[in-house]
Design a protein around this ligand. Structure first.
Ligand code: FAD
Length: 310
């Protein structure tokens, strides 16, 4: 099922992002955490591609497991650094043959930021919009296409205006909806929605939320992505940064406040960056479920064609 078909029935979606585990122990932990998260019956799940050195096969195996064995609507992330047309076409055929209808098409980042080896790409895959265009025109399978959006401006862009032009191109080339990079102040999201609207970008833009459970780790992510950690968060967290329990509690409270504000003001759902951990996402989801009337089993009945493993 395409995620855009879920949009037709649901004003708000709740989705979880996972990454393929790299080690045996990582896989065991993944099973435990994902097992708990999928009991919440998210609208859809997504699996990242290539990030942190993961391989294509790991992503595709996990996508297959979620889709085929567990019956979830699943979205495979896919990136195009150093890709060829032949490779992308083969990989899209593999996903299409698996019955996957949804792909999150992202440029990716070159290893260790070495742009000179990755760009220009020999087959023209220099930006997310190039990949979107190719997959949209891929004749053997009609995918629902998601793509990335950057409320605080992508770290390489020289201005928001330029970034918005590029985002518009991505949507014009065929992106059906957008998911934002993590950010910590909703002001960025609301301002971004205003600007995208002015640009004529009229697809759903789902906010990507990450509960801060490890302040030091989040500071590293924020440096990598250019996300700003606002002063009100630093002031609450910094005095406790060596106390994991206190950081967890504050991080959860902040994520609840942020998500509550988003949903209360009409955001079209939440995409949870779970980092393959379940506790914070479950606590957050449960804090929102009653207030925002998230009906857990609804998707199972109406959208999931086969039963999950018992
Ligand atoms: P693009 O749209 O390609 O933009 C990148 C930069 O190029 C921007 O500054 C943009 O303004 C500029 N640009 C775009 N088009 C043009 C043009 N035609 N001419 C000039 N400049 C242009 N990474 C992974 O490795 N694996 C994943 O699974 C993954 N999933 C992600 C999911 C989401 C929702 C998001 C938001 C990010 C994800 N990332 C992932 C990170 C992503 O790879 C990086 O953020 C990457 O730097 C940008 O990819 P993009 O396709 O979003 O950007």
């Amino acid at each position: 099922m395409k995620i855009t078909d879920i949009f037709k029935k649901q004003d708000r979606t709740f989705s979880f992002e996972f990454f393929p585990p790299k080690t045996y122990l990582g896989a065991v932990k993944f099973g435990i955490n994902a097992g708990q998260l999928i009991k919440l019956d998210p609208s859809f799940v997504t699996v990242t591609y290539g990030a942190g050195g993961n391989t294509r096969d790991n992503t595709f195996d996990l996508v297959k497991l979620f889709h085929e064995d567990l019956g979830f609507v699943c979205m495979a992330h896919y990136t195009c650094i150093n890709a060829t047309e032949e490779k992308v076409a083969n990989d899209m055929r593999t996903l299409g043959d698996m019955g996957i209808d949804n792909v999150m098409l992202i440029r990716g980042d070159p290893p260790k930021g070495d742009h000179s080896k990755a760009f220009p790409n020999s087959d023209g895959f220099n930006y997310g919009s190039d990949l979107v265009k190719f997959v949209k025109n891929y004749e053997k399978h009609d995918f629902c296409i998601g793509a990335g959006a950057y409320p605080e401006t992508h770290i390489e862009a020289s201005s928001m205006e330029e970034d918005l032009e590029n985002l518009k191109r991505k949507v014009d080339n065929g992106a059906d909806f957008l998911v934002t990079q993590m950010y910590f102040h909703n002001r960025y999201y609301w301002e971004f929605l205003n600007q995208t609207e002015k640009k004529g970008i009229d697809v759903r833009i789902i906010p990507g939320i990450i509960p801060i459970t490890n302040f030091k780790q989040i500071k590293k992510f924020a440096d990598m992505t250019g996300a700003n950690i606002p002063d009100f968060i630093r002031k609450r967290m910094e005095p406790h940064q060596d106390n994991p329990d206190a950081i967890y509690q504050i991080g959860l409270e902040l994520a609840i406040e942020q998500s509550y504000d988003l949903l209360d003001n009409g955001a079209p759902g939440i995409h949870f960056y779970t980092l393959n951990k379940s506790r914070a996402a479950i606590d957050l989801y449960e804090a929102l479920a009653d207030e925002f009337k998230i009906v857990k089993n609804k998707y199972k009945k109406s959208f999931r064609p086969h039963l999950p493993v018992k």
